[in-house]
Design a binder for this molecule. Structure first.
Ligand code: FES
Length: 123
């Protein structure tokens, strides 16, 4: 059902954990299944220098969290805010159609963390 890239990111997720002094925190849930992702970002000079997350979800959600964290790390806040679920799924070399809904969690959580970051900056 899952390709090797998805399985690799599910079994060896990158960037897991928390950032205690994060500059932005975002949390989103998938109402269809109740799974949740919480993401922490550290921003220096407008760039995401660190990204960590905790995902309580299915294999696809965890693989997407891992890949999304890799995709936005080092990017500017503006670039990271534009990440789409399609970007994440493509980087994972595809997800089963019925699992595409699970790939919303990571981009949505990143945007929520960026909104939190901007709110803290008074933007
Ligand atoms: Fe809940 Fe995939 S089944 S995020």
């Amino acid at each position: 059902m899952y390709n090797e890239t998805v399985l690799d990111h599910f079994q060896n997720p990158r960037n897991t954990g928390e950032i205690p002094d994060a500059d932005g925190v975002g949390s989103v849930g998938n109402p269809a299944c109740g799974d949740v992702m919480k993401i922490f970002i550290k921003v220096v000079d407008g760039r995401l220098v660190d990204v960590k997350y905790k995902t309580f979800g299915c294999a696809a959600a965890i693989a997407c969290s891992s890949m999304a964290s890799e995709l936005v790390k080092g990017k500017t806040v503006e670039e990271a805010a534009q990440l789409t679920r399609r970007d994440v799924a493509d980087a994972l070399h595809g997800l089963p159609d019925e699992k595409m809904a699970c790939s919303n969690l990571a981009p949505d959580a990143i945007r929520a963390a960026i909104e939190d970051y901007r709110a803290r900056q008074g933007e």
